[in-house]
Design a protein around this ligand. Structure first.
Ligand code: ATR
Length: 287
């Protein structure tokens, strides 16, 4: 890699940031496309987020991504946010415009939809109710994506029921029903479902396992886990044993990066087998 006076700059702000796989993702694309650009990890403390974002135009950055814990706070800092980001309540992509203004977008819903299109092309929004476990930031993005895709019933299951009810209220749409369900009802709501998505942190390395009985889930249902460490979660392994089509969490991570890359570096990119392998290697390599 050669850094020149014309090198285009982008990066990701988070605190901490060392765990992020986004630099591996974007720098893979930069190299693949032979572009004069760089994507850097930017450790930014929450108290410094506004200052750091406001510095982007002055430093010549094209934009950045945001990760934990900045996604919600950024919404109140940017000059404008796309309606989807406002509905989800979080921003994960910042575009610096030529006049120095900051635009906030949320590409997690896009990433989820594209991952599903890529890995489960047979899934149709009309396949039946979609069950979503978890009503945090990721859960909101997944529900928004499902509604935009035309799913008519989303069963949103969350440990804190009030949080699911709030999502149902915030993301309500004319032709879709979002129903909040208590965590204890997670086995029963699988009846006649066409899709099951885990957006909770359960099953992630270092977190408790996700305990769920898949017996009532129709065999045709697609099962998605957005957790990607480990790549094969206990949920996916159990679903695979029952013959379900399974989608792991890496696809969403890779696809959510595409809109930002295209805006900053001016070139559309795709999620190839080689990219998946390269990022997967950073997940399994000791850090
Ligand atoms: P993210 O932005 O990544 O979605 P989050 O906002 O912290 O992260 O949300 C984490 C999700 O995992 C939430 O739905 C959380 O449930 P609560 O809303 O009740 O907190 C869920 N979660 C975390 N630990 C859980 C557990 N032990 N049992 C059930 N759900 C859990």
């Amino acid at each position: 890699m050669r850094i020149t006076g014309r090198t285009r700059l982008a990066g990701i702000m988070g605190w901490p940031i060392a765990h992020s796989r986004s630099p591996a993702l974007h720098n893979f694309w930069l190299e693949e496309q032979g572009l004069d650009g760089i994507y850097m990890p930017l450790p930014v403390k929450p108290a410094h987020l506004a200052q750091a974002l406001r510095a982007l135009p002055a430093l010549g950055f094209r934009g950045c991504n945001l990760t934990i814990p900045h996604k919600q706070q950024a919404l109140s800092i940017v000059d404008r946010a796309e309606p989807l980001a406002q509905r989800i309540g979080a921003v994960n992509t910042i575009i610096v415009h030529p006049d120095g203004s900051l635009e906030g977008r949320n590409t997690d819903a896009f990433g989820f939809r594209e991952s599903l299109r890529d890995s489960a092309p047979e899934w149709e929004p009309t396949a039946g109710p979609a069950v979503v476990l978890g009503a945090g930031g990721a859960g909101r993005a997944v529900v928004a994506a499902l509604i935009a895709a035309g799913v008519s019933e989303v069963r949103l299951v969350n440990r804190t029921l009030g949080r699911a009810a709030q999502v149902a209220e915030d993301l309500a749409a004319p032709r879709s029903h979002i129903r909040a369900h208590p965590w204890s009802g997670r086995d029963a709501v699988l009846e006649d479902a066409g899709l099951l998505v885990n957006t909770t942190s359960l099953g992630m390395t270092g977190e408790p396992e996700l305990e769920i009985d898949l017996a009532r889930l129709p065999g045709s249902a697609v099962v998605v886990d957005i957790v990607y460490v480990p790549i094969e979660t206990t949920l996916l392994a159990a679903a695979r044993r029952r013959g379900h089509h399974c989608v792991d969490g890496l696809g969403m991570l890779l696809h959510q990066g595409r809109p930002g890359f295209e805006a900053w570096f001016g070139t559309p990119v795709r999620v190839s087998r080689e990219l998946r392998a390269a990022v997967l290697m950073t997940l399994t390599a000791p850090r």
